[in-house]
Write a protein that binds this ligand. Structure first.
Ligand SMILES: Cc1ncc(COP(=O)(O)O)c(C=O)c1O
Length: 455
C-alpha cells in the first residue's frame, strides 16, 4: 500500500519511523476473509475446522471452528462466537457499535464548552485492541521513536512509566498537575514550547477523570486548554498529537465538572492537532478482564476532500492492523461478542443498568470527601477530584510507603503509595471504588490515626 492519501495529511508527518514503515500485508486474514466469501473449500487459516456433529453427539451439520465441548458448560454463547479468531482490528459489528457509542457520548455530552458535539463522519472506525494499556503501547510506538519525549502530568497512572518509558524507551516530560486547586494549564504550555524547540512533534497524554487523583476539569479549564492548544498550533508548524486516555469517561460526580472526553472538542480544533481517543471496556462496561479497548482518530475537516476520505480510512485501517497484527495479532473474540449483545440492546439500556454502579460510586466519592473533611488534620491534603475511582492524599514529612505500610499493618487498611522526589509526589491513592460505603468514614479515621502515630 502506498499510503498516498495519508501522506497528504499532517498525520503521516507525525508518525514514528515504525508508524511510517508499518503496514498490513495481504496476509492470512486477507485470504481467509476472501475464502469465506469466494471459496468452496477453505484451506486457508490454521484453525481446526469441521462439522460440529464430528465432535458432539447431536451437533449441527455446520462447519465451524472446533472447540472443546466442555466449554459449552461454561459459556452460553454459540461456539462460533468465541472459538474462532476475531478479525485483526475487531469484529465489524462490534467496531460499528463502538463507533456509534463514541458518537452517542458526544451527542449526550456533559458540560463540554461546545455543549453536545456530533462527530459522525469525523472519526476513524475504532480499531479494537487489548484494552487501553495495549492501546497506549501501540499508539505511542506509532507516533514516537525511542528516545523522544511525551508530556504527562506528574500525577499519572503508574503504568505509563512502564509502557512509555521502560518498554517504549520514551522520555516522560512532566508538569505539576495542579496549581493550587486548579489544573496547571500553563505548565502544559511551557513543556509544549520547550519540546517544540528540540522535537519535530509534540505529544501529550490527557486522562480525565484522572488516575490517581480523580480529577475532572471544569468547563472553563477545558476551554482554557482548547485556547492554549489553538494558540500553540497557530504559532507552530509542528503537529500536536493528543492521546485522550478515556478509561474513566462518564464517571464524573459533580455538576460543575466535565463528564465527557475532551477528544470531542479537539476534533477540528486545528489542522495540526491530531486527537486520538483511547477507550476501554474495563471501566466503561465494567469488564476489566475482557481486555477490550479501542483506538480512534479524530479527522480534521481540512485534511481530506470528500473523495479522499474513503482512501484515507482504508490506509489508516491498514496501519492500525499492521500495529495490532505485529503485536497481539487480534483481540478477545468472546468479549467482543458479549459486548455486541449488550450494546445492541441500546446504549440507554446499558447506561441505565450501569447507573446503579455509578450512583454507588458517586455516594462513595462524596462520602470520601466528607470523611476526609471530618478527620482533616495538618500534614495531609486531598487533591481536587470530581470523578473517577480514586482520591489522592498528599502526605507531608512521612514517607508514603512507610505511611501505607503502617496503615496496613496496624489498621488493616490497604492503599497505594505513590512517591517521586523528582516529581514532588508523596502520597497515597485511596480507591474509594472498592470500599463499601459504610467503611469509608472508618477508612479516613484510620488514616488520621496513622498520621498521628507517625508524626
Ligand atoms: C488512566 C488509566 N488508563 C488505562 C488503564 C487501563 O485500562 P485497560 O484495563 O483498558 O488496559 C487504567 C487502569 O487502571 C487507568 O487507570
Amino acid at each position: 500500500m502506498e499510503f498516498a492519501t495519508l501522506k497528504r495529511t499532517p498525520v503521516f508527518k507525525a508518525l514514528s519511523s515504525l508508524g511510517k514503515r508499518i503496514y498490513q500485508p495481504n496476509g492470512i486474514f486477507y485470504w481467509t476473509g476472501r475464502a469465506k466469501k469466494e471459496a468452496e473449500i477453505n484451506a486457508t487459516i490454521g484453525t481446526a475446522v469441521g462439522f460440529e456433529s464430528d465432535i458432539i453427539e447431536g451437533g449441527r451439520e455446520k462447519l465451524l471452528t472446533y472447540y472443546l465441548p466442555e466449554l459449552k458448560q461454561y459459556i452460553n454463547l454459540p461456539p462460533e462466537k468465541f472459538a474462532s479468531y476475531a478479525p485483526i482490528a475487531g469484529l465489524p459489528t462490534f467496531r460499528d457499535l463502538w463507533e456509534k457509542w463514541i458518537i452517542y457520548k458526544g451527542k449526550n455530552a456533559i458540560n463540554l464548552p461546545s455543549g453536545t458535539i456530533d462527530v459522525s463522519g469525523k472519526i476513524t472506525k475504532p480499531a479494537i485492541c487489548n484494552g487501553i494499556t495495549n492501546s497506549i503501547f501501540l499508539i505511542s510506538r506509532f507516533f514516537l521513536n525511542p528516545g523522544e519525549k511525551i508530556i504527562c502530568p506528574n500525577k499519572r497512572w503508574g503504568n505509563y512509566n512502564s509502557v512509555l518509558h521502560q518498554h517504549n524507551e520514551l522520555k516522560i516530560e512532566t508538569f505539576q498537575f495542579f496549581k493550587g486547586d486548579q489544573l496547571n494549564i500553563k505548565g502544559i504550555l511551557k513543556l509544549m514550547q520547550q519540546i517544540s524547540e528540540v522535537q519535530d512533534k509534540i505529544v501529550l497524554i490527557l486522562n480525565f477523570p484522572n488516575n490517581p487523583t480523580g480529577y475532572c476539569p471544569t468547563k472553563t479549564e477545558i476551554q482554557d486548554i482548547l485556547n492554549l492548544l489553538k494558540e500553540f498550533c497557530s504559532s507552530s508548524e509542528k503537529p500536536v498529537i493528543i492521546f485522550c486516555d478515556d478509561a474513566y469517561e462518564g464517571y464524573s460526580y459533580s455538576d460543575t465538572r466535565v463528564g465527557t472526553s475532551i477528544f470531542y472538542e479537539l476534533i477540528d480544533l486545528h489542522p495540526n492537532l491530531i486527537p486520538i481517543k483511547l477507550d476501554g471496556a474495563s471501566k466503561e462496561f465494567l469488564m476489566y478482564g475482557g481486555r477490550t479497548g479501542a483506538i480512534t482518530l479524530g479527522i480534521h475537516s481540512s485534511w481530506l476532500s470528500s473523495s479522499e476520505k474513503e482512501k484515507f480510512l482504508e490506509e489508516w485501517e491498514n496501519k492500525m492492523q499492521g500495529m495490532i497484527r505485529s503485536t497481539i495479532s487480534n483481540s478477545n473474540h468472546f468479549c467482543q461478542e458479549v459486548l455486541i449483545e449488550i450494546m445492541s440492546e441500546g446504549f440507554k439500556k446499558m447506561q441505565e443498568s450501569r447507573n446503579k454502579i455509578y450512583e454507588i460510586l458517586k455516594k462513595r466519592y462524596f462520602a470520601s470527601i466528607n470523611a476526609f473533611d471530618k478527620y482533616k488534620t495538618d500534614g495531609i491534603t486531598m487533591d481536587p477530584a470530581g470523578g473517577g475511582f480514586f482520591v489522592f492524599l498528599n502526605i507531608d514529612k512521612i514517607r508514603a510507603d512507610k505511611f501505607a505500610d503502617h496503615l496496613l499493618q496496624k489498621y488493616k487498611v490497604g492503599t497505594f503509595p505513590v512517591m517521586s522526589e523528582e516529581e514532588k509526589i508523596n502520597g497515597i491513592r485511596v480507591a474509594f471504588c472498592s470500599i463499601p460505603l459504610e467503611k469509608i468514614e472508618e477508612t479516613f479515621r484510620r488514616i488520621k490515626q496513622t498520621l498521628s502515630d507517625l508524626s
